[in-house]
Each structure stands twice: as structure tokens, then as C-alpha cells.
Design a protein around this ligand. Structure first.
Ligand code: ADP
Length: 535
């Protein structure tokens, strides 16, 4: 410690940081970093593939999440170690960019680290390993392109899109319904896709959920879903070609303010006041009818009398609709939000082909479907399930499927899954290693071995003998010169992934290899770790 003075003469104490820090250097730093990365990868390894295990995570406030999604598992784990955090970032960036393959990327990075550790132990310099990995990743990247297939899809031929989404969903908890969920995801993406620009705005797809019902009841709604019901049980439950008045003003006569005083001392006076109030309501209802509204959606409430009048005058209404939903309705139906009754005009009404109320369960649980809206292509996926955890996991799985469908619209190339693409790349990388005379060739071979770890994990998780299965499939690929052979996780009887319809997107797989290599190179280049010590 030392005492010093700042420019105003105030004393302050300088703590000598160096004494307070622990430091790891050279090989020790690399080894400790590698083992931290490997620990994270090991957690996710058992989750990979259609037979992968799920994880249950409890948040500090007691919320429980059960999931199979790599990004979610890592996101919710409270990791302290900086290198482990890098792995979390890795999974997150795969999720951000591609949306799927978040487990695979971490398993791949873990395997690369493991191989690197062996090389370092044998005395290969980390930079040589990093360079070899870089070369190998480029070879694998190009080979993926080489073995990929383009497939054509159109409005009538959605099968390839659905199949690819099904591969994504098959490893999730919701795989029981993968067929219908994949179809919903594809239809939702196509509904909002701009096929000419090959772009999809996923913001237009809202995923909502309600506890109850079965997973099979999950449906796609071409419109918006509002968690509200008609204000009166006798109002019509279905309105076709609805013209909607969207109001943010209260549906009631102005209340006397605190400074005003109303003296009512006779029955006549009271009746006059009541009549006045009734007339006010009546005028309001008439105004809505005059402009042609067939449905009123109100941000505020109205009392029972107004409710009754609305029902009587055959003007269905919905009350207490939140501001955000109101905006969404306005955008989708092409209507304008009206803050004052005087401003209500026919052009400000929103239009929807069908508005209907649907009830759920035995309780007073109803929702309003606003479908075939005039302006927007917005769609909603409404998920159902036995409990909150299932709903949340369904939402996450649908997110992955939606991302896959979007990626295919952006780039319609696919590679085959079940580890077949990794095995094919591993063979190509291994063959290329001989062309490099330097030390890099060891790193390139190590990269090829790391690629094998994905099919090995798939086999292991499916209860197969990893090494035997892998070597059998690998020799089959070489013998028949066919990159479609992978791990038959579901014991279907063939390991031709083309026959099993197990597809993955090319860009997803390429991104996995790029991101995993980048992170591992970064970890290998750290040779000095300075951190504050515990005391
Ligand atoms: P990620 O989060 O990385 O997508 P998953 O747990 O979803 O991880 O597992 C994806 C892996 O499982 C991919 O390698 C994919 O090829 C493989 N896979 C998915 N379905 C099948 C299947 N039916 N048969 C064999 N492999 C499959």
C-alpha cells in the first residue's frame, strides 16, 4: 500500500493490485482454461440428439425450467468462470444467428479443446494448434458445401421444409407432436415470408400459450389472439367482416369532478339525471353504429348499464384491452386508435374477416381470435399443454423450428443430419492433413477426430457402442463413397439419413464449425490469466 495525493491535495491510498492477484501463466493457463471449457461441454453432451437427456434448472426464485435446448440450459446456469462464460456466449451466438444447433456447437468446441489439450501435452505450440484448426475448419466448411443439396420448395410442396423442421424438433421434449408442430412452424413462416427478397420477419409471428388442453391442440391463427372475452355473455360469439372501433376513451358519461356539486333533492331531479346519463350512453352507442362499427374494442371499462345497452343495441364490445394489444389490433386491422368519441369516423375502423370468441376448459376462460385482418400478415401460434413448463419448452422448440424454416427460405441448401455431415467432413479433413508438411498436420488430424465426437455423442446417447458404431459408419461412408450415412439413433434399421429424412440446414452446420473453431482459437491464445485472489 502507498499513500498518494491527487491534484487537489486530497490523500488516497494505492493498493498494489499485483499483490492481490493470482496469476496463471503459459501452459498452466491454457490447461486450466481448457478444462473449464470442457466441463461446460460435458454438461451439454448428454443432451445432444433425438435420444438426448433433458435438464431441469431451478432459478433462485424457485421457477423450474425443463429443457433440451443448449442455449437455454447455458443461459440459466449460473456460471462464474470466464472461459465457461465464453462457451455460454458461443451457444448464444449460434442461437442468435441461426436459432438451432446450440447444443452441437458446444459439443464440437468441447471436443476441439480436448484434442488441443493432448497436442499441448505433446509439446505442440498453441499457435500451431490454432493455425491447424483454422485450416481444417476451412476444409470442413468447403466440404459441407460440396456435400450439400439444394432443394426446391413451393407453396404446394412444403414437404422438404417440414422434414427439416421435424429433424430439429425430434430432439426436443415435444417430439411426440413434431409432425404437426413442424407443419405449423412452416406455415407460419411462409405466411409472413417475403419470398422475393428471401427474407422473413420473425417479429410478425407471435407465440402465445395457455395452460390446459393437449400439445396436439396447438394451432396456427392467421391473425391475433387477445386474452379477453365479449363484455356480455349474450353478445354474438362470432362476427364476420367485422368493422372494429378501437377506443381509448371511456365508454361512460363524464363523472362530476370533485369541485362540482350535484344537488339531487327530489325524485324528479334524480330521474332527469338518470335520463341524461342514459341518453349519453345511447348517443355513444349510436355514434359507433352510425360510423358502421360492428365491434367495439375499448381500453377502458364500462358499467353494467352500458354493457346491457350495448347488448340490447346489438353492438358487441370488448373491454379492458391492454395498450400493447390495442396497438397490435390497430396495426393488424388497419384501424386507428380513437382517443375521443367525436373523432370516430368510418375510415378509422379496423377490418377483420372474422372475430370469434372461443372458450377453454370448464372455467370462464375465453379468448378472442381476430383473424384474416386487413393490413397485416401477422400470425399467432397458440400453444397448449398440461403445465407451464411444457408450454415454455414448446415455445422454445417452436422458436428453433421457425428459425430453421427461415434459414431455409434464405438459403435452401441442406446437409444430412445424424452426424453424417460431421463424419464426411472428418474423412475429408483427415485426407487433407497429409498435404501439409508442417506441425499443422497434427492439429488438422486432431480437428478431424474432434468432428467425430458429434456422431459419437449421438451414438452414446442412443445407447449404442460409440466407437464401434462410428467406425462402422465411417468405413461404410468411405466404401460406398456416400456422405449420407449417419447414426441410426431411433433404431429404424437403416443409417442412410436420406431415407430417414434427417436434414439440417447447410448454413446452420457451417456456422457451428466456424463459431466453435473461433472460440477454441481464442481460448488457446490466452497464456496469462490474471484474476483477483479470493481474499
Ligand atoms: P441442437 O441444439 O444442437 O440442435 P439437438 O439436441 O437438437 O441439438 O440435436 C441435434 C442433433 O441430432 C443433430 O446432429 C441432428 O442431426 C441429430 N438428429 C436429430 N434427429 C435425428 C434422427 N432422427 N436420427 C439421427 N440423428 C438425429
Amino acid at each position: 500500500m502507498a499513500l498518494a495525493f491527487d491534484e487537489f491535495g486530497r490523500p488516497f491510498i494505492i493498493l498494489k493490485e499485483q499483490e492481490q492477484k493470482t496469476r496463471l501463466r503459459g501452459l498452466d493457463a491454457q490447461k486450466s482454461n481448457i478444462s473449464a471449457g470442457k466441463v461446460v461441454a460435458r454438461i451439454l453432451r448428454t443432451s445432444l440428439g433425438p435420444k438426448g437427456m433433458d435438464k431441469m434448472l431451478q432459478s433462485p426464485d424457485g421457477d423450474v425450467t425443463i429443457t433440451n435446448d443448449g442455449a437455454t440450459i447455458l443461459e440459466q446456469m449460473d456460471v462464474d468462470n470466464q472461459i465457461a462464460k465464453l462457451m455460454v456466449e458461443l451457444s448464444r451466438s449460434q442461437d442468435y444467428e441461426i436459432g438451432d444447433g446450440t447444443t452441437g456447437v458446444v459439443v464440437m468446441a468441447g471436443a476441439l479443446l480436448e484434442q488441443a489439450e493432448r497436442l499441448l501435452e505433446r509439446g505442440v505450440h498453441p499457435i500451431r494448434v490454432a493455425e491447424g484448426y483454422e485450416l481444417a475448419s476451412r476444409i470442413a466448411f468447403e466440404h459441407l458445401e460440396h456435400i450439400s443439396h439444394k432443394f426446391e420448395f413451393g407453396a404446394t410442396n412444403l414437404e422438404p421444409l417440414v422434414q427439416t423442421c421435424m429433424t430439429t424438433l425430434s430432439s426436443k421434449i415435444v417430439n411426440r407432436c413434431k409432425c404437426s408442430l413442424a407443419e405449423i412452424a412452416v406455415k407460419a413462416v411462409l405466411a409472413v415470408a417475403d419470398l422475393e427478397r428471401k427474407d422473413v420477419n420473425l417479429d410478425l409471428i407471435k407465440v402465445e400459450g395457455k395452460v390446459g388442453g393437449k400439445l396436439e391442440d396447438t394451432e396456427l391463427i392467421y391473425g391475433i389472439l387477445v386474452d379477453k372475452d365479449m363484455s356480455h355473455p349474450q353478445m354474438p360469439k362470432q362476427i364476420e367482416n367485422a368493422k372494429i372501433a378501437i377506443l381509448t376513451c371511456p365508454f361512460e358519461p363524464p363523472k362530476p369532478k370533485t369541485k362540482h356539486k350535484v344537488d339531487i333533492d327530489t325524485v324528479e331531479k334524480f330521474q332527469t339525471l338518470r335520463k341524461q346519463e342514459q341518453k349519453y350512453f345511447d348517443d355513444m352507442v349510436q355514434k359507433c353504429k352510425d360510423v358502421g362499427a360492428t365491434l367495439v374494442i375499448c381500453q377502458w371499462g364500462f358499467d353494467d348499464e352500458a354493457n346491457h345497452l350495448l347488448m340490447h343495441r346489438n353492438l358487441p364490445a370488448v373491454r379492458w384491452v391492454g395498450g400493447v394489444e390495442l396497438e397490435l389490433i390497430a396495426i393488424a386491422t388497419g384501424g386507428r386508435i380513437v382517443p375521443r368519441f367525436q373523432e370516430l369516423t368510418p375510415e378509422k375502423l379496423g377490418k377483420a374477416g372474422l372475430v370469434r370468441e372461443k372458450s377453454f376448459g370448464t372455467t370462464k376462460d375465453r379468448m378472442l381470435y381476430i383473424e384474416h385482418c386487413a393490413n397485416s400478415r401477422a400470425v399467432t401460434i397458440f400453444t397448449r399443454g398440461g403445465n407451464k413448463m411444457v408450454i415454455e419448452e414448446t415455445k422454445r422448440s417452436l422458436h428453433d423450428a421457425l428459425c430453421v424454416a427461415r434459414n431455409l427460405i434464405r438459403n435452401n441448401s441442406i446437409v444430412y443430419g445424424g452426424g453424417s455431415a460431421e463424419i464426411a467432413c472428418s474423412i475429408a479433413v483427415e485426407a487433407a492433413a497429409d498435404r501439409y508438411p508442417g506441425v499443422e498436420q497434427y492439429a488438422i488430424r486432431a480437428f478431424a477426430d474432434a468432428l467425430d465426437s458429434v456422431p459419437m455423442a449421438l451414438a452414446e446417447n442412443s445407447g449404442l457402442q460409440p466407437i464401434e458404431t462410428l467406425s462402422a459408419v465411417k468405413s461404410q461412408q468411405i466404401k460406398e463413397n456416400n456422405p449420407h450415412f449417419g447414426i441410426d439413433c431411433n433404431d429404424i434399421g437403416t443409417n442412410d439419413m436420406r431415407e430417414q429424412n434427417v436434414f439440417e440446414t447447410l448454413i446452420g452446420k457451417q456456422q457451428q464449425i466456424l463459431l466453435a473453431t473461433q472460440v477454441v482459437k481464442m481460448i488457446l491464445k490466452i497464456d496469462d490469466v490474471i484474476s483477483p485472489s479470493d481474499f
